[in-house]
Design a protein around this ligand. Structure first.
Ligand code: TYM
Length: 332
C-alpha cells in the first residue's frame, strides 16, 4: 500500500476548525487506502517560546483529539516526534544540503520572524521547514495531506529529496502534497480574507473544536458577512458567506450547491444558525470522546510508545541508508 504521512503541532489546548477541515478530516479518510503515519511534531513546537508543562499536556491532548476524530492506532501509526530520534538526525543532514537563501524564502518563517524580531526569532524557527522535510522523507511517504499554508514547505521537501537523490544516489521518494479543493484554507470568521489561525488578531474569529458549542455558536452568529442579502458561493466577493457555506458543507457532507438551493428566499441568520447547529452536532460527541481518552493517560502513553516503536522500524532503516550514502562509518 502507498504511504501517507502528516503531522499537527501540539501548540494549543484544542485543534481548530481549520486544522480539522483542511487536514485532519483527510487524515481519517486516507487510512483506508494508505499505510498511514500520523504524528505530533513536538520538536517543531519548541521553535517558538513555550511552557514545558503546557507542551506535555498539549501533546497528550493532541493525541486524545486525534484518536477521538477517528485515527485508528491499529491501522495507522500514531506517534510523537521526539520519541523517534531519527527525525532530528535526518534533519541535520538535510540542513547541510539546504541553501541559506532557500530557507530564508519560506514565507511562514518570514511572517513569524518579522513578528518576533530578528533577535528573538530562533535558528530553530529558521530551520523548521527542513525538519519538516526530514519528517516526510524518513518514511518515504508518497502523499502528505495538509492545508494550503504548508504548500511551500512541501515544495522545499520535494526539492531536497531530488537534490539528495541526485547528489548521493536514490534514497528518497519525492512526495506529493494532498491539498483538497474547498477546505484547504478555512478563513477567520472576523476577517474572512485571513486564514483561521490560533494566532489570529481576535479569538472571535477562531473556532476551537473543544470549546463549548454555545461559545462557538456565538462566534458563528457574529461572523462578518457583507451588505447584500443573497446567499451564494462567491469567495471573491462574498468571502464571509462562502466560508460559512464551506464549513457547513464539509461538516454535513452536503454539497455547497445543495445548501445554496435550500437557502433561496432565506437570510444570513438562517445560514449562521444552521452552521452553528451542524458544528454542535459534530463537536458534542467529539468532546466526550476526547475526555474519555484523556481519562486514561496510561493507555494514551502506551498507544504512543507503541506507535514510536513502529515508526522507528521504518525511520531507522531510511536513516541508516542516508548515513551510509553521505559517507558516515557504520553504526553497530
Ligand atoms: P499546523 O500544526 O499549523 O496545522 C496542522 C494542519 O492544519 C492545517 N491548517 C489549515 N487548513 C485549512 N485552513 C486553515 N485555516 C488551516 N490552519 C491550519 C495545516 O495546513 C496543517 O496541515 N508544519 C506543520 C506540521 C508538520 C507537518 C510535518 C505536516 C510538521 N511536520 C510533516 C506534514 C508533514 C504545521 O505547523 O501544521
Amino acid at each position: 500500500r502507498p504511504r501517507v504521512l502528516s503531522g499537527i503541532q501540539p501548540t494549543s489546548d484544542s485543534f481548530h476548525l481549520g486544522n480539522f477541515l483542511g487536514a485532519l478530516q483527510q487524515w481519517v479518510g486516507l487510512q483506508d487506502e494508505f499505510d498511514a503515519y500520523y504524528f505530533i511534531p513536538d520538536l517543531h513546537a519548541i521553535t517558538v517560546p513555550h511552557v514545558p508543562k503546557e507542551l506535555r499536556a498539549r501533546t497528550l491532548r493532541s493525541a486524545a483529539q486525534l484518536l477521538a476524530i477517528g485515527i485508528d492506532p491499529e491501522r495507522s501509526v500514531l506517534f510523537v516526534q521526539s520519541q523517534v530520534p531519527e527525525h532530528a538526525e535526518l534533519s541535520w543532514v538535510l540542513n547541510c544540503i539546504t541553501g541559506f537563501g532557500e530557507a530564508g524564502r519560506m514565507t511562514q518563517f518570514k511572517d513569524k520572524s518579522a513578528k518576533q524580531g530578528s533577535e528573538h526569532a530562533t535558528v530553530g524557527l529558521f530551520t523548521y521547514p527542513v525538519l519538516m522535510a526530514a519528517d516526510i522523507l524518513l518514511y518515504r511517504a508518497q502523499r502528505v495531506p495538509v492545508g494550503e499554508d504548508q504548500r511551500q514547505h512541501l515544495e522545499l521537501t520535494r526539492d531536497l529529496a531530488q537534490r539528495f537523490n541526485k547528489r548521493f544516489g536514490k534514497s528518497f521518494v519525492v512526495p506529493e502534497p494532498h491539498i483538497v479543493k474547498g477546505t484547504s484554507k478555512i478563513y477567520d470568521l472576523q476577517d474572512p480574507t485571513a486564514k483561521m489561525s490560533k494566532s489570529a488578531a481576535t479569538p472571535a474569529g477562531l473556532i476551537n473544536l473543544l470549546d463549548d458549542p454555545k461559545v462557538s455558536a456565538k462566534k458563528i452568529k457574529s461572523a462578518v458577512t457583507d451588505n447584500e442579502r443573497e446567499i451564494r458561493y462567491d469567495p471573491e466577493n462574498k468571502a464571509g458567506v462562502s466560508n460559512l457555506l464551506t464549513i457547513q458543507s464539509a461538516l454535513s457532507g452536503r454539497s455547497i450547491d445543495e445548501l445554496v438551493a435550500g437557502y433561496e428566499g432565506k437570510g444570513y441568520g438562517d445560514l449562521k444558525n444552521d452552521t452553528a447547529e451542524v458544528l454542535a452536532e459534530f463537536v458534542t460527541p467529539l468532546r466526550a470522546k476526547v475526555d474519555e481518552f484523556l481519562g486514561d493517560e496510561a493507555e494514551l502513553l502506551r498507544i504512543l510508545s507503541n506507535g514510536a516503536d513502529r515508526a522507528r522500524e521504518v525511520a531507522s532503516r531510511t536513516l541508516a541508508q542516508v548515513y551510509d550514502k553521505v559517507g558516515f562509518l557504520p553504526r553497530k
